[in-house]
Each structure stands twice: as C-alpha cells, then as structure tokens.
Design a protein around this ligand. Structure first.
Ligand code: GLN
Length: 622
C-alpha cells in the first residue's frame, strides 16, 4: 500500500492510479484551513501531509500521496463503534439509548435530546460516548481490547493506540467531560464518566493510515465483509443503519450540503481524515490535516467532491438496470436437451415444443429486476406449460426476489403450469433462494443443476403425456430406426448377428480411445455419451448426449472404422443390441441393399440432426 511511485512512472500505471495522481497534484494546491490545536498533540502534525486512497469491494487499493502515513482516527471511529453496538444489542435497544436525528450543530456541541433522554445521534461526541459505554468487556482493558478488535477487523490488520494523543486528549478533553457528566446527570449513561471518557479518548487515538481508512470504508461498502481478509466485520443487516446515520449526521452541521454536493455516506475526524462509502463499489479514505470551520479536512472535502462528480458516484444516482434481467428467451421446439430422440419423438417435440419455454436470466435479482422477470413469466404462462428459469448468469438474489419467485411459483401451480429452476445451487450465492424454493416442496424435480437436465425433464413430461416410453426388447429389429426399410429376409440376416448385452447402471459400454468393433442399438433403458475433460481437481464429466430405446450409437464405426471418440455409460440397467461392424461389412458384400439401407438411414438421421443443430445455433445467435 506504500506509495513508492517515482513521478516519471505515472505513465505506466492504470487509469485509476493516473487519475488519483493528477487529482492529488491538483488538490495539493489548496492550502486553506487550519489544523486542530485544541488537542495539543494534534497540533504537532505536518499540515502539508496529504494522502488519498480508494479501496474496491474486491480488495484493490489505489493510493496517491501520503497514504501510508499514520494519524489518529478520531471521530471516524464513531461509525464503526456504532455498528458494533447494533450488532451486540440490536436496533431497538441502541435506538433507546442513542437517536438517529441530526443536530445541525458541531461535533462537540453540548445539546442532548431531552424529550427522549438520549443523545441525538452516534456521530456527535455525546452519542459516541453513549456508544462507548456499550463496548463489552469484564475489565477496562478488556473493553479497550474489544474496541481495538472492532476497528482492526474493519481495517484488516491490527491497529494500536497512539499513547501521546490519548494522553493529550485525557489532559485537555474537558468539554467532552462536561458532556459526559451532563449525560450522567440525566441518566443517558450510567457508569462513571471517566471510564467512558477513557475508552472514548482511546478509540479516537487509534492510529490508521488513509489506506486503512479506505479499506474500512470499503468494508462498509461490501456489506460488512472486509475485502482484504474476507472477515465479517459487521453483519450485513446493520450496514444500512450505519450508512444512514453517516449520511444524515456524519458530517455534522455540514451534512445536508455534503449530501447535496457529494452524496456519499461519510465521516470525518479532527485529525484530518474523511471516509466516504459508495455501497457495492468503493470506500474512500483521505487525509489532510487542515480543517474548515465545520472541522472537516478542506482537501478531503474537495477530493470527495471531485471523485463524486467525475465518476457520477452520488448515491442517489441510479446504477441499476432492472430491464436487463432477461438475457434471452428460447422455446422447446428449437432448443433441445442432449437427450437424443427418435424421429417420432422429434416430430412430437417439434409440434408441442413451444409449450416448453426457457428464460435466461442475468445480473442481480432484486425487487425491480425480479418484478420484470415474474411479469414476463406470467405472460408466457398463458401459452406455455413448462417455464424454465435459467439462473446460470445470476450472481445474487435478495429476499425480495425470493418472495416474488415463490409467489409466482404458487400462482403457476394453481394454473396447472410448472415453473422450473436451472442452475439454482444449494450452496453459493443463491443458497437462500434455493432454500426458499426447495422448501416449498417438490424441490428435487423442479430444481436442476443444469439447464440441460431441466429441458430433458420437460421434454420427458411432454412426450409421456402423448405416448408411453418405449421398450424394444419385445419387438423386432425392424422397429429400430437404423433398420427401417429392410425387408424380412434382411432382418432375419441381422437377427442372426445380434448380440444382446445387458449393462448395469454406471457401467461403461465403450471407452474413449477403444477400437470400434461394434455398434449398438438401445433396446431398454438409457445410455449417455460423455467426455472426460481434464480439470483443476481431476476430471469433469461433460454430457454430450443421452439415448433411449430405438436409438443407435457407435454406428460411425460403420463409416470410418476408427476409435471411440467418447465414453458411453449406462444410466440405469440397460439392454443393448450389439452388431459387429466387420460382420456387417462382410454381409454387405453379398447383400449390398442391406448395407445401403442402413447407411441411408444413418445419413438421413445425420442430416436431420445437422439441420436441427443449425436451427438451434441460429436461435442462440439472436
Ligand atoms: N477526540 C475528538 C474529540 O472528541 C474527536 C472529535 C472529532 O474527530 N471530530 O474532541
């Protein structure tokens, strides 16, 4: 995080570094303001120090200037300690002790909310002292350790107290003493003021760098998860409380104008630090000790203003796009699962496939985007029976999304329609959504790991509704598609060659690389053609196709006699008819029509599949 760039190297750095370097140079010219001297130790600081840091929610920290020079955190600590009290005591209790109303006055003003008998808010000294009283620990040392660990978790490293500044505050902080005693007098605090003041002064005296501040702010921007360590510094639920109070009260009696001009929840401290938070994006930390009349770093305010304007980061600017939620819609007559179908099934799927619809969803699912999605699902349900929601490209779903989808599911069920989810995993980012939907019963058959399985499920339902599954073990070879058109004598010849074989579930029928001596027809059960793809941890199995009764595999050996290009495994107990390629070629010499008919059937099947593949590619290109 050290800023070690020689000025001449700027040209080599990335766009954000370059921007910060220029910004730093420009704002350095501002020499207005005065350092705080009411805490004598703070008066010793070099007033020209100036650092800027931006930390992203994925942990990249950009810095310019004196970003690694330590200084005391001062009032910026108030935001984090407030968050801690919320997580330890819950909203209601904390609200009973500390309000959330701006004072419109300076940080150290001696005003208290007498109507509710509490300080106005946790960002002014009075409220921060009330919060400090809530820091837990058996002994004063333990409470200080708690405070340090709270701040350290946000910074992602162990922070320490600057003893000189702490002593200096202790020695001169009489105004804070006055506030504490007034609060004791009216029952807003209950323990000895000196104990609370000591924790409060120490909390203000914790040393940070402006890079630390950026990470602390980025942790608030990242739902409470420290982007460097991955540790939860504060539960997500309380982040909005902390940011709300920072927004209305963090900049004291300048908060309104700040919000108007900069539009970022922020907090400043008298040593010259400021943090600002753009939820979901970045945290900013600035340090420059010269302060304006409100007690905010003059350069710090300017830096935040510029960053906000340049990058359009005012929090009320809309960065979400609810409309982009539907990436593409596909229909079951064009897009098929990898389950191979016989010509009759294919025909039925061509005719009825439009009752299966697939919606590819993308981005984040929140109220706005999910409302669009379920509105579309509702429309489609008027003409489709099965609607697959493919969540592969969804990275996040909140509780609003869960509620809307569950309601839609119930509604579709009432209408006799089926809502199906693909790529909805039990763990990972959509875990909560998975739990909600699976919890509604029927989970297993309506939630699929892969959209291909979802499609296959729907096709299966659709086909089953029109005709029962085939079992060709009791039928003659003439019913196999590949032998269609052969006369009785020719079929009899083949019957003499057939080798019925049974395979157990999971058993390999052929293996990639094997010499292709046989081709097979499935008589009962299903088999899957699959590839083993080398992967970080071993192998990944990719399904190429599945076949059921009436379909043939390995027949390419009739054309090229080469080696197997994939594994073929039985999905369940399966019966297959094996035919020797060599034997068939032999027979073909005497009975050329037999071989021609078989090859003709194969070619027709290939060309139909190719045509279908082209249609599918066309649909996917749209
Ligand atoms: N320790 C300082 C005080 O209480 C903190 C004030 C601030 O940073 N605004 O006076």
């Amino acid at each position: 995080m050290m800023d070690m760039k020689a000025p001449g190297l700027d040209v080599l750095s990335g766009p954000v570094d370059r921007y910060l370097t220029t910004l730093h140079r420009r704002i350095s010219a501002i020499g207005d303001g005065a350092i705080a001297t009411y805490i004598p130790e703070l008066a010793k600081v070099d007033p020209d120090l100036f650092g800027i840091a931006i930390a992203t929610v994925d942990g990249r920290v950009y810095t310019a200037g004196d970003a690694s020079v330590p200084f005391t955190i001062q009032s910026i600590s108030k935001a984090f300690v407030y968050g801690y009290t919320l997580s330890e005591y819950g909203r209601d209790y904390v609200l009973s002790r500390i309000g959330v109303e701006p004072t419109g006055e300076a940080f150290n003003s001696i005003v208290l909310d007498e109507v509710h008998n509490r300080p106005f808010n946790p960002m002014v000294n009075a409220g921060a002292m009330a919060a400090a009283e809530l820091i837990k620990g058996e002994t004063p040392e333990a409470r200080i350790a708690t405070m340090l660990s709270v701040l350290s978790r946000f910074a992602g490293r162990s922070l320490f107290i600057d003893d000189d500044v702490h002593r200096s505050e202790q020695a001169t902080g009489h105004r804070n003493r006055a506030i504490a005693y007034m609060m004791l007098n009216s029952g807003m605090i209950h323990s000895p003021p000196e104990t609370i003041l000591d924790i409060y002064f120490r909390q203000c005296s914790v040393r940070v760098t402006c890079a630390d501040l950026a990470v602390m702010a980025a942790t608030l921007a990242n739902d409470g998860v420290n982007p460097l360590t991955g540790d939860v510094a504060l539960e997500r639920d309380y982040i909005q409380d902390v940011l709300t109070v920072m927004n209305s009260c963090g900049m004291y009696n300048y908060a309104g104008q700040w919000s108007y001009e900069v539009g970022m929840p922020a907090k400043s401290g008298v040593s010259g630090g400021i943090i600002a938070v753009i939820p979901g994006q970045i945290g900013i930390g600035v340090f420059s000790p010269r302060l304006d009349a409100h007690g905010h770093s003059v350069r710090g305010v300017n830096v935040c203003k510029e960053i906000s304007e340049t990058f359009g980061l005012h929090v009320f600017r809309n960065h979400t796009n609810s409309g982009a939620v539907i990436r593409r819609e596909l229909s079951g007559d064009v897009v098929r699962s990898k389950r191979m179908r016989n010509p009759d099934e294919r025909k039925r799927l061509d005719e009825k496939g439009r009752t299966i619809r697939l919606i590819e969803v993308q981005g984040g699912l929140f109220f706005g985007s999910t409302e669009r999605l379920v509105r579309r699902v509702d429309d489609i349900a008027a003409e489709a029976d099965y609607i697959i929601v493919d969540l592969r490209r969804v990275h996040d779903a909140d509780t609003a999304a869960g509620r809307l989808l569950v309601e839609t599911d119930a509604n579709l069920t009432e209408r006799g329609k089926t809502l199906i989810f693909a790529h909805l995993e039990a763990d990972g980012r959509l875990a909560a959504l998975h739990a909600l939907i699976a919890g509604r019963g029927g989970g297993a058959q309506r939630i699929f790991e892969h959209r291909d399985q979802a499609l296959e499920y729907c096709e299966g339902k659709l086909l089953a509704a029109t005709q029962p599954a085939r079992d060709l073990t009791k039928f003659s070879l003439g019913q196999l598609d590949i032998f269609r058109g052969l006369d009785r004598d020719e079929l009899r010849l083949l019957e003499g060659m057939v080798r019925p074989m049974q395979f157990e579930a999971g058993q390999a029928i052929v293996r990639e690389g094997d010499e292709a001596r046989l081709f097979f027809a499935v008589a009962r059960g299903t088999v899957t053609v699959q590839l083993r793809i080398p992967h970080e941890d071993g192998e990944r199995i990719v399904r190429v196709a599945s076949l059921g009764p009436g379909l043939t595999f390995g027949e390419m050996a009739l054309l090229d006699g080469g080696r197997r290009s994939a594994d073929i495994v039985a999905d369940e107990r399966a019966v297959c008819y094996g035919f020797s390629v060599e034997q068939l070629r032999e027979v073909g010499k005497e009975h050329p029509n037999l071989l021609m008919t078989i090859l003709g059937n194969m070619m027709r099947d290939f060309s139909e599949r190719l045509r279908r593949a082209n249609d599918e590619i066309r649909a996917l290109e749209q």
